[in-house]
Design a protein around this ligand. Structure first.
Ligand code: HEM
Length: 439
């Protein structure tokens, strides 16, 4: 069984191959790979048990394989051990940037960037130019996050912004390698092998060279990477689902039309009144979670379902398999927004059930602190694209194939389409004026 697991991780589409192995051997696999015990989890009930009973024990992502690197060194949010320092950093980040009051203070930034996204797509539409949806979404998310952190977006004119976005994409593309290097570092160290060191250090050094980011703490660079790339993938996958199903597009447009109208651009404040849009984005994240797999490591020995798990055992949670688990979801492979519509149930039981099944933002103490911001970014991007444009594609249907060898769920072929401006009475925003009204 071990060799299919290794080839799953290094060869095909890892979350899918692991899902296949789990459906054959069970939702909790405990394997010894090159003498390294590894646990694979692929069902909601097992994940829930782990994060309910052993959350602190599994809140650490393991010792980074290359300590001096910016991407994996032990000072970032992703790699720092759970400690008072980590808790302090996280609290600071949440209170200053990500909690609802902080998001309220930075709302002007997202309104402005929404208008900028619209103006840029309108320009492409006038020129009948093809756009890569993922690139537009990345630009949008990256500008927002950089502005929220540094007070300004990166400079488009001197190529700085492009370099930052490329480095963010390169960093996420490296996650599979970092993941493997991290998991097998003990046997590799013994053999004197430092896997992928050169590639990781190269991206790290180029990040370090960027003068615009010099003012950042390392942790804030982590935020730029953690926030921009998943938002790009989430927007791209969900737009692909929408374009493939014209009825979805119509229904969303109807909703936006009836609440927002046709004379102003949809924005963040509207999202709470647009349940279809919210449900569409949620379902997009369920079916195509950008973080398809996440890994943690045990800080001490513990028992899970009767099995003893030794200290420093890597735990691999297959988010993708978990959110397509037929025991938790009806028609798990179908894009059904209805599952997130209807009267919201509240109370502990519902929250428990929800936490059990729906984990595109991870779980427990290491879970994503940017989930509210992420839902807003993805919601506005999709809202603007749906409200203002029709989308022409080359073939009848968009190919939904997933790229191989990626831990971040990536489309095998980027979504390219031509925006066609709709005949609505929307004013082209005066970006100069909006800029002055930003907080
Ligand atoms: C659609 C967009 C996003 C998705 C799908 C996503 C998903 C995730 C996932 C799966 C994790 C790992 C969770 C775990 O190990 O349990 C994570 C961690 C994290 N995310 Fe997000 N994320 C998104 C957007 C953002 C944004 C916008 C920010 C902030 C600007 C952000 C900041 C972080 C940070 C700092 C961590 C590390 C947390 C820790 O180690 O304590 N993410 N995210």
């Amino acid at each position: 069984m071990i060799s299919p697991i290794i080839s799953a991780m290094l060869g095909g589409v890892p979350h899918k191959s692991l899902q296949k192995q789990s459906s054959r051997y069970g939702p909790l696999l405990h394997l010894n790979i090159f003498n390294v015990p590894v646990i694979f989890v692929s069902s909601a009930s097992v994940a829930y048990e782990i994060f309910r009973e052993h959350d602190v024990n599994f809140s650490f992502r393991g010792t980074p394989p290359i300590d001096e690197s910016l991407l994996v060194g032990s000072f970032g949010f992703f790699t720092a051990p759970y400690s008072d320092c980590w808790k302090f950093m996280k609290k600071l980040m949440v209170t200053k940037l990500l909690e609802p009051q902080a998001l309220e203070r930075s709302r002007g930034i997202r309104v402005y960037e929404g208008e900028r996204l619209y103006a840029s797509l309108l320009d492409n539409a006038v020129k009948n130019e093809r756009v890569e949806i993922g690139k537009e979404a990345m630009k949008f998310a990256n500008n927002i996050i950089c502005k929220m952190i540094m007070g300004r977006s990166c400079n488009e004119e001197n190529g700085e912004a492009e370099r930052v976005r490329d480095l963010v994409a390169e960093s996420t593309a490296l996650t599979m390698k970092i993941f493997v290097a991290n998991m097998f570092q003990r046997p590799l160290k013994k053999l004197g092998i430092s896997l992928f060191r050169e590639e990781i250090m190269s991206v790290s050094c180029r990040f370090d060279e960027l003068s615009s980011l010099k003012t950042f703490f390392w942790q804030l660079q982590d935020l730029v990477i953690a926030g921009s790339d998943p938002s790009r993938h989430a927007t791209q996958w969900t737009m692909a689902e929408i374009i493939n199903n014209p009825k979805f597009l119509e229904r969303l447009r109807e909703e936006i039309g009836s609440f927002v109208g046709e004379t102003r651009l949809v924005q963040e404040m509207d999202l709470q009144n647009l349940p279809y849009l919210q449900a569409t984005a949620k379902e997009g994240l369920r079916l195509h979670p950008p973080g398809a797999i996440f890994a943690r490591s045990s800080r001490e020995g513990c028992k899970i379902r009767g099995f003893y798990i030794p200290v420093n055992t890597p735990l691999v949670v297959n988010v993708y398999a978990l959110m397509r688990d037929p025991d938790s979801w009806e028609d798990p492979n179908e894009f059904k927004r209805e599952r997130f519509l209807g009267s919201p149930r509240s109370g502990q039981e519902h929250e428990r059930e929800h936490a059990l099944k729906y984990i595109p933002f991870g779980s427990g103490r290491g879970g994503c602190p940017g989930s509210n911001l992420a839902c807003t970014i993805v919601g506005i991007a999709i809202g603007v694209m749906v409200q203002c444009f029709d989308w022409k594609i080359k073939s009848d249907k968009i190919d939904m194939e997933e790229a191989p060898r990626a831990l971040v769920l990536t489309m095998a072929r980027p979504l390219m389409c031509i925006p066609v401006a709709r005949t609505c009475r929307l004013q082209v925003p005066d970006l100069e004026m909006s800029l002055n009204s930003q907080t």
